[in-house]
Ligand binder design. Structure first.
Ligand code: S3P
Length: 434
């Protein structure tokens, strides 16, 4: 589906964005791991998180979908059923990497996972390695790609230094660690900690040491059962980021976005924007905080001039999904904007370094790829043209925002990719453009 996004007049109004995708996946999975019903308010109804509901149903959980909440009646930590069919994770990388942590715990059972064409290009060796060290058996196509099988086994605790700062891998190991005496994961840099917060809320024994500059060592231990009564999911900052960028770039805009999750391990984009001089006001969580809840606030965004910035390696995991937007903003900023140490972008739903550089260059941006990031020369604007989403939701939404802020508009090829995280983007935009 091709959709044209014309240059926009001022975007104004107050809006709630879709619920957080990362937290929704975790709430469904951890809910399925608990033996008592869990009420999840504001669960994301989008393709990725629907895949997670289908997956936990296949494993024996009962999911009741109500108007404003879902109720998950889980099967307990050690009692997942072995489905007859393979588990289809669709396009959801987070589901594909988190769920095996729980599956590995299921002694004597084997699970087969597969997904769409994009998922089949995304590596799973990063979770296979620690799970095999714990005693599970993983067999993947060419040793590292889906489809793959997870054979559950009695697991032993490990001390695992993450080779890359990945919240998905960290979460997978922590979930498996819940049946071991002691499992420790250390991260080279802090990555989003939604799993740790939810496990803490569910009564898991979880300790963490370290600080924002060094990264954390997180230890979990054996728990009989998880107990999570309710989860309240805030708005998704990664989805909000597209509207925030539109508000900053489109002349005369003023937006208020309500109930946005601002866990500091997710909010790197807001700190980058602040450095660029963008006017985005909100009560953010201070770096280093850790509790069993997810903070949220209102964000007030106004159009204004911006300047270039450098995003270094240590900031990358905290803004990983928003880096394509930093490239777009850099095009409008004064000076050269650079992102470094972001090689992980190459293994997302698309190679997001190549896709962003080629996509924005096709719209008139002066942007170059580097091995682990990109450099954008700010030219104060963007001509427009055509951008191929390559089946990647964040590329589709990037093209849409670029169109609104461009001189000639942008036609996004494959706009339906946005369904996995932000199905109502078009109607939300229409509300702000009225
Ligand atoms: C996610 C972690 C990030 C992010 C992805 C969601 C999560 O991936 O890019 O969109 O929910 O844990 P990595 O952990 O692989 O960096």
């Amino acid at each position: 589906m091709n959709v044209r996004f014309a240059p926009s007049g001022p975007l104004r109004g107050t809006l709630r964005v879709p619920p957080d995708k990362s937290i929704s996946h975790r709430a469904a999975i951890i809910g399925a791991m608990a033996p008592e019903p869990v009420r999840i308010r504001n669960y994301l109804r989008a393709a990725d998180t629907r895949s997670t509901l289908s997956a936990i149903r296949a494993l024996g959980a009962i999911v009741e979908e109500r108007a404003d909440e879902i109720v998950v009646r889980g099967v307990g930590l050690r009692q997942a059923q072995q489905p007859v069919e393979r588990i289809d994770v669709g396009n959801a990388g987070t589901l594909m990497r988190l769920l095996p942590g729980w599956l590995a715990v299921q002694q004597g059972k084997t699970f087969k996972l597969d997904g769409d064409d994009s998922i089949r290009r995304r590596p799973v060796d990063r979770i296979a390695e620690p799970l095999e060290l714990m005693g599970a058996r993983i067999e993947a196509r060419e040793g590292r790609f889906p489809p793959f099988t997870v054979a559950g086994a009695p697991l032993a605790g490990i001390e695992y230094p993450l080779p890359v700062a990945s919240a998905q891998v960290k979460s997978c190991v922590l979930l498996a660690g819940l049946v071991t005496d002691r499992t420790t994961v250390s991260e080279p840099l802090p990555a989003r900690d939604h799993t740790e917060r939810m496990l803490k809320a569910a009564g898991a024994p979880l300790e963490r040491e370290g600080d924002p500059s060094s990264g954390y060592r997180t230890t979990v231990g054996n728990v009989d059962e998880l107990a999570l009564e309710e989860v309240d999911i805030p708005g998704d900052l990664s989805s909000a980021a597209f509207l925030i960028a539109a508000g900053v770039l489109v002349k005369g805009s003023r937006l208020v976005l309500q109930d946005i999750g601002v866990n500091w391990t997710r909010a790197g984009f807001l700190r980058i924007l602040e450095r660029m001089g963008a006017i985005v006001i909100g009560e953010l969580e201070p770096a280093g905080e850790f509790s069993d809840r997810e903070p949220a606030c209102e964000l007030d965004v106004s159009h204004g001039p911006i300047e270039a910035t450098v995003v270094d390696r240590d900031e990358v995991p905290l803004a990983i999904d928003e880096l394509p937007l930093v490239a777009l903003l850099g095009s409008f900023a004064e000076g050269d904007t650079e992102v470094r140490g972001a090689g992980e972008l190459r293994v997302k739903e698309s190679d997001r370094i190549e896709a962003v550089v080629e996509g924005l260059r096709g719209l008139g941006a002066a942007i170059e790829a580097t091995s682990d990031g990109f450099v954008v020369h700010g030219t104060g604007g963007l001509r427009g043209g055509r951008l191929n989403a390559r089946g990647d939701h964040r590329l589709a939404l990037l093209g849409a925002v670029a169109g609104l802020a461009s001189a000639e508009g942008v036609e996004v090829v494959g706009m339906e990719a946005a369904e996995v995280s932000y199905p109502d983007f078009g109607s939300d935009l229409a509300k702000l453009a009225e």
